[in-house]
Design a binder for this molecule. Sequence first.
Ligand code: ATP
Length: 610
Amino acid sequence: METLEFQAEARQLLQLMVHSIYSNKDIFLRELISNASDALDKLRHAALVDGLEADTSDLHIELVVDADARTLTVRDNGIGMTREEVVQLIGTIAKSGTAELLRKLKESGADSRELIGQFGVGFYSTFMVADRVSLVTRKAGTHDATKWESDGTGTYTIDTVVGAEVGTTVTLHLRPADEQDALYDYTDEWKIRQIVKQYSDFIAFPIRMGDSVLNSMKALWARPRSEVSDEEYKEFYRHVSHDWNDPLEIIQMKAEGTFEYEALLFIPSRAPFDLFQRDGRRGLQLYVKRVFIADDSTELMPDYLRFVKGVVDAADLSLNISREILQQDRHIQMIRRRLVKKVLSTVKDLMTNDAEKYATFWREFGRAVKEGLLAGDDNQRAILDIASFATTVGAEPTTLADYVGRMKEGQDAIYFMTGESRAQVENSPHMEAFQAQGYEVLLLTDPVDEIWVDQITEYDGTKLQSIARGAVDLPTDTPAEPEKEQELTPLLTYLTEALGEHVKQVRLTHRLTTSPACLVSDADDMTPTLEKMYRAMGQQVPPVKRILELNPEHPLVTGLGSALADRADDPALKETAELLYGTALLAEGGDLADPARFAKLLADRLARTV
Ligand SMILES: Nc1ncnc2c1ncn2[C@@H]1O[C@H](COP(=O)(O)OP(=O)(O)OP(=O)(O)O)[C@@H](O)[C@H]1O
């Protein structure tokens, strides 16, 4: 026998369990049954697809209570675990981001129940009700079994045993009941029946206690919506999603005819912590005629809808279909297309009928959904229709349709600006004329925004126009004064030369009202934020020079123009040019290439004025 230590994160999580942050302790049984059900699914699948030799004739879960010994045993004849798997799966928390989440959990205190829902604490929840837990498991296709035991503190023991059946048996040595603390007597058969009915009725395998079967085993997705209670849906959602929170929306679908399938999908009410992690949990469960085929089937949902959870039950697929074939299967592709359309149209309905739910949806998942704008399929328009964006008009996000409805007379484009934060974009000099003349501008600050605006140039016939790229002419601009501007031509030539290292062109603009200058990207060039993003991803991108635009009304600009006419060879001119460029960069929140030099130039100049 060996004594091993729990991994640090696992120990922390266990401690939280022992000190029971869940007010509802009954759920430990749901977790154990859920694991058992998964193990049974896996065994059936392995027998079917991988040709594993195993007895799958009577897959079931068995519950045994012993009031005298104060134990509750949950046994399944599913796939089981090897010794390595026990150490790996039970002794550690493999999921990335968990340490981070645990830290948050500690800090937040009150909110911990919601947060912990994201772990799916699974097996460890047994320590809420038991002071000792033992697990004996034998993997199908192997001979020896493994016995694991722990009191949920720092260590566990592990041993090889012989003579066990294939499958897993978990025995809980129950703590004394304490109903005031919602710790019930889990050797009470009635209590067990009630918990199973409440949380695990839909489990597809019989859950037996003595001679009776405790669950109805009805596939929830196959039952008409009117017959299923909200509670049942919620429990099922928890089973498929491992999310503690209630779903935001339930979508049920049924297709008959040449290709039949049923689907029960859920839109969560919260983004999982791993939504933007590459190894995050994603995909739907796939069944064929009620038989579980695969978990995490990413073939059924595009990546940008990776947060959608649920089950698809297809009638006409082969039971032993492999992952590779799934990806190519015409039927699967067709189902996927329909599911996507349905999810998008459901969100659209929320938009019209339940603004609050829609707002929650977009806040939690909008950033992911916008990735769909890059997917190059025919759903671009549908995604734009359900998207909303921060705007200079009010604190609430707006849809593109609403924006278009508010456009000013003569305005022919949807104006937007991308950047790293709302504050940065809102205060950027590019915004001045738009603000002054009352034009609404969308504030796009998600990294993905930088990319899709490059590919999508219009919405419903109205052009999308960045206010920080290319030349912008506002319909209400005051007409230019050609003579005055002509006077500045030598200055433009001079500055283009003097700042050649930093900018590709210097020109006049009407977009500024108070600032002397700003920087804009050429219509086809990469924006500085995008440049930064590529660099952060480790890609080599050559620095892109931008265009310096000057406000012909600003005294600094006109003054510099006259100074150039009077004393073209004054070295101070070049320094002023550099300061002008530097302030334009700072004003938009950019980074100076040589901050020390800028600071010195500025300090010298200030010294001369005090
Ligand atoms: N009865 C069982 N039979 C076979 N493997 C099991 C069994 N119970 C647990 N496991 C394995 O141990 C892993 C960890 O289980 P645990 O309940 O802690 O988390 P989980 O089921 O992966 O996810 P969640 O934490 O969301 O419940 C499972 O993923 C599974 O591989």
